[in-house]
Ligand binder design. Sequence first.
Ligand code: NAD
Length: 501
Amino acid sequence: MNVTIPATKADWQAMAETLIPHLESRAFIDDAFVAAASGETFATVNPATGETLARVASCDAADAELAVSCARAAHVRGEWSRLAPGRRKQVLLKLAELMEAHQHELALLDTLDMGKPISSSLGDINGAIGCLRYTAEGIDKLYGEVAPTGEDSLALVLREPIGVVAAIVPWNFPLMMTAWKIAPALAAGNSVILKPSEKSPLSALRLASLAREAGLPRGVFQVLPGFGHTVGKALALSMQVDCLAFTGSTQVGKQLMQYAGQSNLKRVYLECGGKSPNLVFADCKDLDRVASHAAAAIFHNQGEVCIAGSRLLVENAIREVFVDKVVEAAKAMQPGDPLDPGSFMGAMVDKTQYRRVLDYIAKGREEGARLRAGGQALESPGLFIPPTIFDGVTPAMTIGREEIFGPVLSVFGFDTEEEAIAMANDSDYGLAAGLWSQDIDRIMRLSRRLHSGQVFVNNWAGPDMTVPFGGVKQSGNGRDKSLHALTEYTELKTVWMALAP
Ligand code: NAD
C-alpha cells in the first residue's frame, strides 16, 4: 500500500481504516493464499476496541499435512536448501528491504491485532528487520571444519540444513518472535512452516506475500494460521517435520516434547515462560534511574513479556524509599490508545488474558500482599489494566511464583546477598535476571550465581542481535539471536575419507 509516514494518532487511525478492509486472512501454502481445507475461519479481534478485524483461515491437520509435504518437496528439489549461502543471503536481504518499505503497515497490523502501542510495534519491526539482516549476513561466513585426524584420512565436518522446520510462535511480539525463528532457519537452508498465534495472525500473513516478492522459492516459507490444539499439534506430531522451533508457555513446551517423543524424535527448541528476578542493592548511585528502569522492565508491552522483571528484590535498607520511586515512575506508564504514539502501554491481548491478570491481582490481595498501585481494570470497552504494584510479597505467595504475563509487579525485601540469591534462584524459571549495584565484586559474584540464561547488570534487556537470548530450567533450552541461533538450525555431517598411502 502507499504510505505517507504516519506521525499522529489520527494518521494511524486513517491508515487503519484503509488497511482493515483489505487484510489478507487466508493461509499461505505452496506459494498461494488459500482457504483452510475445511473452510473454517476464526475471528481476530482488536482488543482495544472489541472490533473484529478479519475472519482468518482456521487450518487443521489436513492443511498441516499438505504444507509439510510441500515443504519436504521443496527441500528435496533443493532450489533453496542447496542454493549457495551467499545467494540465500541476497534473498533474505531483499525480504528485509521489503519489510522496511512496509514497516508502518506491519507495525500497524501487530498493534491492531494484539493491542500493543504503535511505538512499541515500530520498535519490534525494526528488531525483526535487524534480525533478518544480521542472520542473512552471517550465513556465508559460517565455515565447516577439517577434523584433526591422522595423515591417512581426511575428515570434513559439514553444516547442512536440518530439513523441514515448524516455527510455532506466540502473540506478544508477533513479528519479532517470528523473525527470531524464521531468519536463522531460512538462512541455514531449511523449509519453514510458520504457525502464528491465533491471537495475532495478521502480520505473519502479510510477511508471506513479502517473502514471495523477495524471491523465496515455492514451499520454502508457508504460513498456517489456526489453533494450537489443531494445526499446531498436527505439525508437532508430523513424521515429516524435522525440527520444532517454539516460543510460548512452559505448559505447551512440555507438550511439544511429548509430541516429538511420540513421533519422530524431531529436535525441539523451546523458549518458554519466566518469572525474572530484578535485584536492587542499597549501594546504587541513582535510585530514580534504577526505579524507572525497574518499572519499565515489568510494564513495557503491558507486562506481556517473557523476560519481564516481575519479581523486584530490594535490599530492605532502601526498600520503602525505592518502592515509592517505582510507584512514581509507574504513573507515567499508564495504558492508553494503542494508536496514540504517546501511549506507553496498550490493551491486554484478549479477554482470557485480561481475566487471568485480574484473577492474579485478586489472589495477591487475598494472600496478604500490600497493594501500592493499580489493582483494577480501567473503565473502558477496551481491555486496559494499569501498572499494578504489590509490596511485601513472599516466595510462598502465588503472585510471587507464577508467571502472570501482565502489568503486575511483586516486590520482595532482603537483608543479605545470600538471602537475595536464594530467593532469586527459588523459581521453576530461569530466563533473565537483573542486578543493580556499584560493587563490581558483587556484580561478578552474583552474575555467576544467578541461575538464568541472561543477566542484565545496571540495565534491563540488551536488544542487540549479537547476544544469545534464551533460558535455563523450565524457561526452555533454545537460543534465539546471535550466530548460536544460526548453527541451531544446521545439522552436522561428517565426511570421512580414507587416503591412499
Ligand atoms: P502458548 O504456549 O499458549 O502458545 C504459543 C503458541 O503455541 C501459539 O501459536 C499456540 O497456538 C501454540 N500452541 C498451543 N497449544 C499447542 C499445542 N498443543 N500444540 C502445538 N502448538 C500449540 O503461549 P502464548 O500465550 O501465545 O504466549 C505467552 C507465553 O509465551 C508466556 O509464557 C511467555 O513467557 C512465553 N514467551 C516466551 C518467550 C521467550 O523467548 N522465552 C518470548 C515470548 C513469549
